[in-house]
Design a binder for this molecule. Structure first.
Ligand code: NAD
Length: 234
């Protein structure tokens, strides 16, 4: 069996109205990224960080997937064993598009986690302030389920396990500042990069195909290439 890893970032959700980091000049919805996305920021001002993710969660409620999310969802339904859907995104647009097995490397906005016992609770678009007590251990230790700078990302191990078995890599909408996506091309026979523009953190020559366009436009070519690759590898 041939495996295709599709690795996405904030850019794939930009056309659904969720802002990327890069477009915000180092700010996320007008907050310093280190204040709201780092372990030190959280230790410094817990309430601010919990409220920040509350707002991001509430913002998600009316967002809908775009044709790039849907293209991946359809391929995954057709080729459930071949297509591995891995995202850095914390939104739920792949789930809304019908994807079942999404690997979220940096956590999910719609979940919260107990700092004491590790219990994970799905709260949808609710405020965390209505769910601060853990339903399992009873302690008031629930926090956002987002992996922040300075914290371990447990799913990185899963990413590497899939890359080691992959034949093709498709990278969509990431600046490569968090993950060295160009290095991952070394695992596969064929690779595609789609972003809006070149990034200082990505060696584009490491990829076989580079598409600088909106993800919704690039997704037509990406789908064709994935289908061709799968039929060629049969
Ligand atoms: P980034 O903001 O650093 O980079 C975004 C990339 O997407 C850029 O390279 C840009 O060229 C590209 N892009 C922008 N619009 C695009 C479009 N319409 N089509 C195709 N490409 C487009 O994002 P990142 O690399 O994912 O890293 C930032 C971190 O921020 C991630 O860890 C993620 O968890 C978090 N984040 C997530 C969301 C979300 O869940 N939607 C939003 C903002 C930030």
């Amino acid at each position: 069996m041939h495996k295709i890893v599709i690795l996405s970032g904030a850019g794939i959700s930009a056309e659904s109205g969720i802002r990327t980091f890069r477009d915000s000049d180092g700010l996320w919805e007008n907050h310093s990224i280190m204040e709201v996305c780092s372990d030190i920021g959280f230790m410094t001002n817990r309430q601010k960080v919990l409220s920040f993710y509350d707002n991001r969660r509430a913002d998600l409620a009316d967002k809908v997937p775009n044709s790039a999310h849907l293209m991946i969802a359809h391929l995954q339904q057709e080729y459930p064993d071949e297509i591995i859907n891995i995202t850095q995104n914390v939104d739920d647009l792949f789930e809304k598009a019908g994807c079942e097995n999404v690997i979220h490397l940096h956590g999910e906005l719609t979940k919260i986690i107990c700092e004491s016992c590790g219990h994970i609770e799905q709260i949808g678009y609710d405020s965390i302030h209505d769910h601060l007590n853990c339903p399992v251990c009873g302690l008031k230790k629930m926090r956002h389920h987002i992996v922040m700078f300075g914290e371990q990302a447990p799913e990185y191990q899963t990413l590497y396990q899939h890359l080691e078995q992959a034949d093709m890599l498709v990278v969509i909408g990431t600046s490569g500042q968090v993950l060295p996506v160009d290095e991952y091309t070394g695992f596969v026979k064929y690779s595609i990069l789609n972003n809006l523009e070149p990034s200082d953190a990505i060696r584009e020559e490491a990829f076989d195909t580079v598409i600088y366009a909106k993800a919704t436009e690039a997704s037509v070519q990406i789908e064709d290439e994935i289908r061709m690759f799968l039929s060629y590898m049969k």
